[in-house]
Ligand binder design. Structure first.
Ligand code: SAJ
Length: 398
């Protein structure tokens, strides 16, 4: 089948490239001309291991080309962002404009799949958008929802090997979508309906958020109780049915800190744990900032001068260069905002507009307070001069 992928971002581009690498003809569509031009040169505008080589190859072999306006195809995939609007309300404007953009090109027998993380009921809404404009297609096209579940940093592998939940608007649509994903997915393809598939994605990320919130809450309790939380979790996890996650600077990235709100905003009365988890994980970041500010205050009392604070790590999680919704970046920025002298160390990025960037060695030498915010492997077991104050919020230095 020929394929149109609408949205060439963190999910759309790797997916389009993987499908093209299986020998299918893929047209990638994006509203940004610079993104389209970059891809047509065989280059990429996002950072993801192994993606550049893959895109370069499929563009050169003419299996993938990018454009700003959709063309007719057998299968349409929509992978555009669903941000917030107002008070944590999901904004499905991009999904709707993508649907409207492909509308004129749809033909009988085609398949439309939404992959964007979406509030429950979005696929049905888009079905209505299509049939209001093109009533003659009613009963003659297939539609399904199939969320992606790939982990940033391991996208290419997971796109191919993860299981998928696939929910059509009817059984025939589900079957057709399964037939399509078989072309490039090696993982199991699980049948469901559109609503359940939509909720499934939201629940996966909410589940992780709740589990991380538990670990973060424990870390604050243990701090007060004078107990090493990492030793505690390690011991508790020796129980055969306990598996506590790791506390940290907070929860960042584009998914886990966002998706739970899609449930909370629609089911506010029922979503008590989900909302509390979001609040705890956000609070953990503020707690970290307070801890560092207090340490800086104490340093000033003891030494009669302001402390230099080295922030070790800015990314939203270990071993990536992604700064989106990063709690570590937020901590560093808040400290600057409160008038502290901050030295930033991030081995995964070249430089940053707002910070004085240093190497790991210089960060450790120049700072008075060394704050570990992200457990990058470069920081593991690092030696720190004994006259420094060390604050490790991610258990990276032992
Ligand atoms: N984190 C902790 N403690 C932990 C684990 C994670 O504090 O024990 C923090 C990380 O440092 C980071 C945040 O949580 O700030 C999220 O990181 P992550 O690795 O848990 O997840 P993401 O955001 O990179 O990707 C998630 C994945 N979802 C699940 O694992 C349920 C991925 O499979 C999804 O495809 C992705 O969201 C998405 O796009 O929705």
């Amino acid at each position: 089948p020929s394929v149109v992928m609408v949205g060439l971002g963190y999910i759309g581009l790797p997916t389009a490239a993987l499908i093209a690498s299986k020998g299918l003809q893929v047209t990638g569509v994006d509203i940004h001309q610079n993104v389209v031009d970059t891809i047509n040169r065989g280059e990429i505008h996002i950072v993801e291991p192994d993606l550049d080589g893959l895109v370069h190859h499929v563009v050169k072999e003419k299996y993938l080309k990018a454009t700003t306006s959709p063309v007719a195809a057998d299968v349409y995939l929509i992978a555009v962002p669903t941000p917030f609007k107002g008070d944590h309300e999901p904004d499905i404007t991009y999904v709707e404009s993508a649907t409207r953009a492909i509308l004129p090109t749809l033909n009988e027998g085609c398949l439309v799949i939404i992959e964007s993380t979406s509030p429950v009921g979005t696929t049905e809404k888009m079905q209505k958008v299509i049939f209001d404009e093109r009533p003659e297609l009613m009963g003659k096209i297939s539609m399904a929802y199939c969320p992606e579940r790939v982990l940033p940093g391991n996208v290419i592998h997971e796109l191919e090997h993860n299981d998928r939940a696939i929910g059509g608007i009817d059984e025939a649509s589900t079957e057709k979508a399964i037939w399509f994903y078989r072309h490039f997915v090696k993982g199991a393809l699980h049948k469901t309906n559109a609503k359940t598939a939509e909720m499934c994605k939201l629940v996966e990320n909410s589940s992780r958020d709740v589990q991380i919130a538990f670990a973060n809450e424990l870390s604050m309790i243990c701090d007060k109780a004078g107990i090493n939380v990492w030793e505690l979790i390690d011991l508790a996890n020796k129980h055969p049915r306990v598996n506590i996650l790791q506390p940290g600077t907070g929860v960042g990235g584009h998914c886990i800190a966002v998706d739970p709100w899609f449930i909370v905003s629609e089911f506010p009365e029922e979503s008590k744990i989900i909302r509390a988890a979001r609040e705890i994980n956000n609070f953990k970041t503020e707690w970290v900032i307070e801890k560092v500010k207090n340490a800086a205050l104490q340093f000033k009392l003891d030494n009669g001068r302001e402390a230099k604070i080295s922030c070790m790590g800015l990314a939203f999680k270990p071993n990536i260069d992604d700064l989106r919704e990063s709690p570590a970046l937020y901590v560093a920025e808040s400290l600057v905002h409160h008038g502290h002298e901050v030295i930033a160390v991030e081995p995964n990025i070249e430089g940053h507009n707002s910070f004085d960037m240093r190497s790991i060695e210089n960060g450790k030498e120049e700072g008075d307070i060394i704050v570990f915010l992200v457990a990058h492997s470069e920081f593991k077991n690092t030696e720190i001069p004994t006259d420094k104050i060390v604050m490790d919020f991610c258990n990276v230095i032992n």
